[in-house]
Design a protein. Structure first.
Length: 93
């Protein structure tokens, strides 16, 4: 059994720090979009129309299929939902 230690779950899942950060950001956007859709009570079809995607894409989002979404796609979906995406940069300790 490996005794590797990782700074985050994202680093444990990905091979590079860049991929880990990308995954972390996509997960955060997906959680926020899912929370928004749950709060609004829209059907998947209504949500798809509002976000400019298909109903199966909404299903993929709600099922957490992170590998099917790019950062660009998720930012566009958030903007279409009337959500503002903030970005902060800081040095890693």
């Amino acid at each position: 059994m490996s005794q590797d230690r990782f700074a985050s779950v994202w680093e444990a899942l990905e091979d590079t720090p860049q991929d880990a950060e990308n995954l972390r950001l996509r997960a955060a956007l997906m959680r926020a979009l899912k929370a928004h859709l749950t709060q609004t009570g829209l059907t998947q079809a209504q949500a798809a129309e509002q976000l400019g995607v298909t109903q199966p894409r909404i299903s993929d989002l709600l099922r957490g299929k992170i590998n099917l979404f790019s950062l660009d796609t998720l930012v566009n979906m958030a903007a279409s939902a009337g959500l503002h995406v903030d970005m902060q940069l800081r040095r890693v300790a």
